[in-house]
Design a binder for this molecule. Sequence first.
Ligand code: WT7
Length: 631
Amino acid sequence: MLRITSIEEYHSEYKKSIDNPEQFWAEKAEQFYWQKKWDEVLRWNFDEPKIEWFVGGKLNITENCLDRHLPTRANQIAYYWEPNNPNEKAIELTYQQLYEQVCKFSNVLKNNDAKKGDRICIYMPMIPELTIAVLACARIGAIHSVVFGGFSATSLSGRIQDCDCNIVITSDGGYRGAKDIPMKQVVDEALELCPSVKKVVVVERTKTPITMLEGRDIFWSNEMQNASVNCPAEIMDAEDFLFILYTSGSTGKPKGVVHTCGGYMVYTHYSFQNVFQYNEGEVYWCTADIGWITGHSYIVYAPLLAGATSVIFEGVPTYPNAGRFWEIIDKYNVNIFYTAPTAIRALEAAGVDFVKPYKLNSLRILGSVGEPINEEAWNWYNEHIGKYNCPIVDTWWQTETGGILISPLAGITKTKPCFATLPLPGIQPVLVDEKGNEIKGNGVEGNLCVKFPWPSIIRTTYGDNERCKQNYFATYPNLYFTGDGCKRDDDGYYRITGRVDDVMNISGHRIGTAEVESAINMHIDIVESAVVGYQHDIKGQGIYAYVICVNKQKDVEMLRKEILAEVTKTIGAIAKPDKIQIVSGLPKTRSGKIMRRILRKVAEGELHNLGDISTLLDPSVVEEIKLGVIK
Ligand code: WT7
């Protein structure tokens, strides 16, 4: 049985998944098309770590996303594409058309020397070609590394270098609201530092003037003209890499999270079916960008595996006005809508007048993802969008988990505002204390870990398995550590309280404090900086930076602008600090460790309860910081 239909069935499926995980997941995997069946369901240890699912199985995920559906769904819409500008023509892609485009572009890649195992970087706006490019990589067995279009040239080159990409797929520019973003220009700048890249495929989207480097840069449309629609799928091992997706941690550079073909396919599909309770013929819309894991799993792969019809939206929620999401829901009769708390809060702030003109009566299920959803936003979503008639699924997961791990099953699990509720079958969450002791029972709080693998768990961090171990498997032996704090209430419901490490969550985007600090430190006048997150009404968290400036004469406003420019150049606009305070020193212990706890409290405006500061090398800096706090 694939889809759970009642809470009793959830409990019995959950039990089966714990009692016999191998049998449970083998049953879920059976329904797919495998070129060769697996020899063994699961082999694992969290120590190295080494985790393998469906060992020996052979498949190609695109045959399951596309070919498998053609006999029954050739003329069904796979994607409605809605452009940034509502006056531009929308595009529909049927399963047959998507299949043909993917095969053609697969041949374009092959004609340009792409081979199985190559890494291909995709840096594109939210246009249909992005999905086609992702699937074409998967079809020929190349490993895609999609980089979100908001990242800077420096970030892009770092990601290209880290996994030695030989091809980049991009577009001339991209539309986001009133902005026209020069993507090819960013690629050109990034590639000055990336000798491994031999070909750049360019989609023409904005027709903005660009330079094309002879021999390296080629146009998508030219290449597609003569490409054959016939492209047999590469035979992949279940554990061959499907993609790399870079994500921030608490230390160092972003790391390349690796997902593999078989397990990722089985789990993303299973979680999609059960969490969203997708019914045949419904229209589903996830507003994420494909540059993040939500877009990979729940715009590209899972909906196609389920044979669903989805909306892809190029633009932003507030363009041309804050009614755009609601207009799109009515236009396509969206049944299932999946978005982020930061968007909900921004649209709530814009006022209900933007909601009123729309019926929204096609909606059946609402989803939330990316950060804890606060009660006020939850209630607004429930009242004004769901009209008290749509279950809200607050889905907790991570880039590393590949799919949703803790969430209500829509219409089945009783919801509670702010609670991600219960683990999906196959997921064994545990809460632990600082020492790693399991905290049993209900009405407790601790650090969230998972004690048994599920099919789409991270396999490694690209090129550095030791880093994967240190980040996720070394904090507590034999547990996968999520980095999140969590409560389990008296009903056994889980409520995620936020990161317990130095990772911030800015508008649902994950950004490491260390990354922002090293970007700020690039500024010539800055000797040292410390960055913390603080509660922000719309973004969830904002970025607060404390900086030590050597040039005492420096104009404060000028310094601020230069720091913002430095961060935009090094990471991207999403990482710009909201507040910058110039300080003469940072609160450090005698061993030189910055006491972030104090900086966090000051940034939150809690100036009186700073706790014990007697271990500080120079407690007087705290007084100065308190006096200069930016409100
Ligand atoms: C971190 C993962 C996976 C989706 C996009 C973000 C936070 C995610 C929730 C939620 C509370 C959440 C966690 C997690 N987070 N969803 N429903 N409730 N917190 O993926 O960039 O890998 O970030 O986002 O802190 O660790 P990501």
